[in-house]
Design a protein around this ligand. Structure first.
Ligand code: BG6
Length: 465
């Protein structure tokens, strides 16, 4: 069912400013948004001020398109009020006029979900509606289950859209298309050929003024449990049976997570960049991790014994998200030592790259083997769908494929819950490095793939097995 209005709670917040207004303008431009957009917040603003905020946001994030912005302005409504006050929601219902299937986008802190859902229900706004919720979805398995209960009191699971913006990224969506459209991959995409898989999401900046938020999250909750786990599921899942319908794809992803044992301390290294404790909103003795590296195994027919190494961190050497799928080495024929194994390298950010590492004979007289990369790369263009645009469009159209289903979120928390509870050493690292050296010990003698940025320099060939 298509939504006939978008109610947007938290409309004066940071996320709205950085991501949502630009997404809405693009949706209007493509003709994907023609229904009323009702902003709700408590800022003491008028509709004119709200429109001005939208304009400021666009000026800073991608630019104002006069025609599209004009149309968007005409769609905007604004309700100013406290979430505790039933009047606020009575006013929302009034602004919804004859809309029967609104989408409520909760861009608000999760501790307000209970209250807001209740108010939506009491005011009649929840009837026939969908709800879109931002991450983080809970702080652990128990709180995620509580959130689900709250949402399920007013909405069916099929009407709940849990955002993980990584699922809206073109490069992440491409992983499945690439895997399931190229016949040469399937025979080797398993434990018989793959030596190891690494997923690195590195950021060369710190917490950017979000210290208070980050103190509650840390790298495991902020990125590893959601973005990295989604990438892993795309890499490891089985092809859905003869169809790409949303539930078949989501079923396969859940199966991957079900086959992963909960993380143990021996499989995790935490780090904190030097200087984090001086950030605003951060405790002077904070033990929150700004870096996490983990080793996971998928206990399935396809993947048993293949380590998946996940790593993320703030203030690392570069900003880049990259996957490295390394293959086993061939037997040594040309010399005593076998050449490095082949690999597939997928760069998801900043540019989109798929590269294959191969071995060739060098041009000299003597037989010398040389590693090369076969590479295809794509620089994002301004007219490409940004993840937020993609996801809001999907949610408004009622397409759940790129949203996290309840059982998936539950499994993802199950995997990280033990290490969230146990806590463990947090090693300091210098900003603009690759994190604490202790993370090397996770690799069982392998080396981390430290993405080379900028350009497409050849990643270091390493010995596999
Ligand atoms: C967010 C995290 O979900 O993803 C941030 O809260 C992180 O800490 C961001 O910086 C990264 O997203 P992207 O799209 O810039 O890779």
């Amino acid at each position: 069912m298509k939504s006939d209005a978008l109610v947007f709670l938290g409309a004066t917040g940071d996320l709205a400013y950085k991501k949502v207004f630009p997404a809405l303008q693009s949706m209007v431009k493509r003709g994907h948004l023609t229904v009323p957009v009702i902003g709700v917040a408590k800022a003491g603003w008028s509709l004119e001020q709200f429109r001005q905020r939208a304009k400021d946001s666009l000026e800073k994030h991608g630019g104002v398109d006069a025609d599209a912005f004009g149309k968007l302005s005409g769609l905007l409504h604004y309700v100013d009020g406290d979430y505790e006050n039933p009047q606020t929601f009575a006013q929302v219902r009034k602004e919804l006029a004859d809309s029967k299937h609104p989408a409520h986008y909760l861009a608000i802190p999760p501790n307000l979900f209970g209250l807001v859902v209740q108010q939506l229900e009491n005011s009649g706004c929840a009837a026939g509606a969908k709800v879109i919720v931002e991450k983080p979805f809970g702080r652990n398995q128990d709180t995620a289950r509580e959130l689900n209960k709250i949402l399920h009191a007013a909405f069916e699971e099929s009407d709940i859209f849990r955002i993980d913006h990584y699922l809206g990224k073109l490069a992440v969506r491409n992983l499945l298309a690439f895997r399931f459209s190229n016949v040469v991959l399937e025979p080797v995409w398993n434990r018989n050929f793959v030596d190891s898989v690494q997923i690195t999401m590195a950021e060369d900046f710190g917490v950017q003024g979000r210290g208070a938020f980050y103190e509650e999250a840390g790298a495991i909750r902020d990125v590893l449990q959601n973005h990295l786990m989604q990438v892993l599921a795309n890499l490891a899942m089985e092809p859905p049976p003869g169809t790409t319908d949303a539930e078949s794809v989501r079923d396969e992803k859940v199966k991957v997570l079900k086959a992963i044992r909960p993380l143990q301390e021996k499989d995790l290294v935490r780090g904190q960049f030097r200087g984090y404790r001086d950030e605003k909103g951060v405790a002077p003795d904070s033990k929150v991790e700004t870096f996490a590296a983990a080793r996971l195994f998928i206990n399935s027919w396809r993947w048993q014994g293949v380590p998946f190494y996940l790593r993320t961190g703030k203030n690392l050497a570069v900003t880049c998200t990259e996957i490295m799928v390394r293959f086993r080495q061939v037997p040594a024929i040309y010399s005593d030592q076998p050449p490095p194994g082949n690999y597939f390298r997928f760069r998801l950010n900043p540019e989109v790259t798929i590269a294959m590492g191969a071995i060739v004979r060098s041009s000299g007289e003597k037989l010398v083997l040389e590693p090369v990369e076969l590479l295809v790369s794509h620089e994002p263009t301004p007219d490409e769908l940004d993840p937020y645009e993609m996801l809001l469009t999907d949610a408004m159209n009622g397409d759940p494929s790129r949203f996290a289903r309840m059982d998936y979120v539950d499994e993802a928390w199950r995997i990280v819950d033990p290490v969230l509870q146990s806590g463990g050493p947090v090693y300091e690292y210098d900003p603009h490095t690759w994190g604490p050296k202790e993370a090397d010990a996770l690799l069982d003698g392998r080396a981390w793939n430290n993405p080379a940025v900028p350009g497409h320099q050849l990643n270091q060939p390493v010995q596999t097995r």
